[in-house]
Design a protein around this ligand. Structure first.
Ligand SMILES: CC(C)(COP(=O)(O)OP(=O)(O)OC[C@H]1O[C@@H](n2cnc3c(N)ncnc32)[C@H](O)[C@@H]1OP(=O)(O)O)[C@@H](O)C(=O)NCCC(=O)NCCS
Length: 164
């Protein structure tokens, strides 16, 4: 008989286990929480103390510790999210340019904050502690500590102490 989510992940809080799908070969660390109507796909890795909100689609990706992923995010296959990252509601990450090239995966470094409704294009790297304003379309790498906004996202403020 198939084990329940509570049996498979005794140290994880599922807001409503009957409304959550966690596929095979998934790791979710202790103290993490997962919302309703969320699907965590096969081979996903989620760290400890991380919150994944409701209506999220978490593909085979790597998510660190103490990460917050708000409602209705799409974290696509191959993405890496380091520790202490905040991802606002309705953020979409993408891995295929649709030009026939191999897939390339977004990488979000430690402590970065992504504003709600943003789209992170394939292969883009968001630097540590960078901030992405709400509704941005991020087409290029964001330096650590920078603030970017808009479509396409442009640097509005570089890291403190950065003279560029
Ligand atoms: C980018 C952000 C951090 C800037 O905050 P701020 O420094 O207080 O900015 P202000 O509100 O003073 O706005 C400054 C200027 O930037 C513009 N701006 C602010 N946020 C913007 C955004 N997301 N995209 C485009 N322009 C933006 C404002 O229109 C204003 O333009 P102006 O100078 O021409 O009038 C903030 O607006 C933001 O987007 N935060 C993310 C919120 C979010 O998604 N939270 C998720 C959890 S609920």
């Amino acid at each position: 008989m198939q084990q329940s989510l509570e049996e498979r992940f005794p140290d994880v809080l599922f807001y409503n286990p009957a409304l959550t799908e966690v596929q095979d070969n998934v790791v979710i660390g202790a103290g993490s929480r997962v919302g309703s109507m969320t699907v965590v796909h096969r081979d996903a890795r989620v760290g400890t103390g991380t919150t994944i909100g409701s209506h999220c689609n978490i593909c085979a990706c790597t998510i660190g510790n103490n990460v917050s992923i708000q409602t209705a995010c799409h974290i696509t296959r191959g993405v890496t999210v380091e520790d202490d990252v905040f991802i606002g509601p309705h953020v979409v990450t993408l891995n295929d340019k649709l030009k026939g090239d191999p897939m390339i995966y977004p990488y979000i470094e430690k402590g970065a904050k992504i504003g709600g409704g943003s789209t992170i294009l394939p292969g883009v790297r968001i630097g540590a502690n960078a901030v992405v304003g709400a509704g941005s379309v991020v087409t290029k790498d964001v330096p650590p500590g920078a603030l970017v906004v808009g479509n396409p996202a442009r640097i509005r403020q570089s890291a403190p102490g950065d003279q560029t």
